[in-house]
Design a binder for this molecule. Sequence first.
Ligand code: NAD
Length: 475
Amino acid sequence: MGILRKEKMRIVNSSTAGDRHFEVFNPYSNEVIGTCPKASLEDIASAFRTAKNYKASLSRAERSQILRKTAEILVSRKQEIAELITAESGLCLKDSTYEVGRAYDVFHLASTIVIKDDGEIFSCDITPHGKKRRIYTQRDPLLNAISAITPFNHPLNQVAHKVAPSIATNNRMVLKPSEKTPLTALILADILYEAGLPREMFQVVTGDPREIADALLTDPNVDLITFTGGVSVGKYISTHMGYRRAVLELGGNDPLIVMEDADLEEAATLAVAGSYKNSGQRCTAVKRMIVVEKVADKFVELLLEKTKKIKYGDPMDPETDMGTVIDEASARYCEDKVNDAVAHGAKLLYGNIRKGALYSPTVVDHVPFDCDLVRVETFGPVSPVIRVKDIDDAIRVSNSTAYGLSSGICTNRLDYITRFVKELEVGTVNIREVPGYRIEMSPFGGIKDSGLGYKEGVIEAMKCFTNVKTYSLPW
Ligand code: NAD
């Protein structure tokens, strides 16, 4: 994409008119593809003031229509939006096209969920000292604004998961997208306005987190922070945000566990999909393959065979299966962690080749379970195989990190399945699927260092973006 986008923020009143800018790069070509304003602290305060003062009163029908129209526009502009995601993130067109489809699902599902009232009714004459009354519940939007902060790895869908439930609940949101991939979020804002959303209900600020992050967390007009990103920033937020609600969706270190009875062909297919899709940059990517020794040789053989078929390179080529990671520093990080694992006794079987931000699919076997490559999150296309003795060993290794997001299990044995569901310290256990499998409305989120607070998924997010009010009547 050769076009240089000179963007403005999507805020109702801007004091600085964007007199300072930062550049957005294409990770594959290193070209500057756009510039965005660096928000001032007054811009941030103004956006939250506008959001707080706006009284949203869209009917359920109006909200549903805006969400449905947004979904339709996304699909009608699929190619163009996919190309923009690819240009700013380096994700290949196959991945970015898939992402537009997922965002369609988010808005489409939200448009159907919003028409259903989720109030509850409690009869009060149910105990000897009860009364002839009924208690009703209703969910109200928050009194003040929502502050949303998103990562680079899904420039569209991460934003969709914040803004769709916000619209569905008549809230007002100010978003700061990743400074690495802000362009897609700005286009999404335009699409929402085109679909009829009042601008006060969704504003987008851009800028340097070192200058504006604290204001996004502590502005007096913020009632809730919804953050998706890494563990260190998530923990920073939890200690700086003060008295307000927060949803923290953080990093993952998800295992694919392969037991001795597994269909190894299926297991290797899941391993490859989980490891390399989105260039391995998903919170729920397969980051560790925990394989029972008895079948490990055969599994690794199949894993290698399938990895070698992954075509990586120019992200804009529609035939490419995997593009770059987000930047050269990120690719170097993967390379360093693989080298460190090899220094600790792992065997490099394929890959570990880097050119700028392009890092090859990489297979490493005999990885010690406690080396950095698999102890902390490696956000890139690496397949590290950890060999274990049996199910006890598999569960111990799986639970040995600080993370607890999701997991994928390859087995058909019910006794194993029940143990994994019960004993893995994670938010999700997917049997014979990748850890990342979900639908956009099912609850999603991790425990331990992987997340704090409510889960995401349209339904859960709508609950947490509201205050429950009860009222009672004589009956
Ligand atoms: P990051 O934590 O570096 O940045 C995320 C966002 O936080 C960016 O918008 C950034 O500008 C902002 N930020 C930076 N400093 C901040 C501060 N002090 N206060 C508030 N905000 C600040 O994450 P990233 O590198 O963009 O994304 C990758 C990470 O996101 C990975 O760890 C991945 O696992 C995680 N992630 C988690 C989920 C989930 O749902 N659990 C989903 C996707 C990605």
